[in-house]
Design a protein around this ligand. Sequence first.
Ligand SMILES: C[S@@+](CC[C@H](N)C(=O)[O-])C[C@H]1O[C@@H](n2cnc3c(N)ncnc32)[C@H](O)[C@@H]1O
Length: 333
Amino acid sequence: MLRYMIEHLDIFACPVCLANLAITENSIRCLGCHKIFKTEDGIPLLYWPSDSNQDENVTNIVKSFYEKTPFPNYEETENIMDLRQKARKGVFARLLDEQIPFNIRIIEVGCGTGQLSNFLSIPQRFVFGTDICLNSLKLANRFKIRNGLQRVGFYQMNLFKPIFKEESFPLVICNGVLHHTNDPFGGFRSISKLVKKSGYIIIGLYNRYGRINTDIRRTIFNIFGDRFKFLDPQLRKIRLSNLKKNTWFMDQYKHPHEFKLTVDEVLGWFEKCGFDFINSMPKFQVFKEFSENEKLFEKKPKGNILEHLIIQTHMLFSGTEEGGFFIMIGRKR
Ligand SMILES: C[S@@+](CC[C@H](N)C(=O)[O-])C[C@H]1O[C@@H](n2cnc3c(N)ncnc32)[C@H](O)[C@@H]1O
């Protein structure tokens, strides 16, 4: 059951003391502090609480929210072909798949129900999907097993207490997660340590300006009730199932904790943690579109404060479907 973890044991570390781990039968033992970690339904339970009480309180609130509404969830019959089809439509996942080399290790932090981790593992890549939410991880693992995926594993991990050694990954992906923590920058600093020198980090966050539309809709729903759901473009889509609509609605409008960030704040994080800006979606240059054939890992101009303001204001009108989401890619110096 823990075969995949055994094959990659060299990069795992105890979330409590960072010592090496050993695997016996169905449990995991730290060789430093001797703590024993169990597994449940094939998921190693390596969650360890954050040092700060405030971080931990928010983590617990967010965890119980996602235990009830795992995100983004699967349809009953969803399979690999569906994942591929969605990626083709979504551009970003397709570009990742086309441009991430084979035979490398990738960690997805806050993988939710593991769509991206499962998808990226289909060709020859070694993927580690991590999340605090056990129910999401179980769904991710069920999909993996049902579809016979061999090069992906799912682990319960708190991003403030990583279960991997520093500089273990040439690529760290963290989409839509840090803004649901008490300390997004602290979270970034924590996961940035997992990136190898010259490796990449990809983070997706809610934008302070781009999210204003969602904030307005949330206020309307709070005042007038959920019958105004049709105001959200995703919820108007006919081909989206009720399960997916409900998951989206809960994640966007009923979430107990979310932050919004600006491009310049995140560029500041990059600077503090030793990352160069590489690329972004949307692009940070006025009149430059994110193309269907974008070279994700090629260095692009990071723009100036005025350009950032224009782009983020533009997101107010263009980014309504994604709820004001922006993605930034950095490379460790
Ligand atoms: C909006 S979902 C994003 C899921 C996935 N990345 C995606 O884009 O579909 C946010 C995820 O972050 C996870 N998360 C929140 N706080 C976390 C923490 N401290 N450590 C690890 N995962 C966390 C949640 O459990 C949830 O699955």
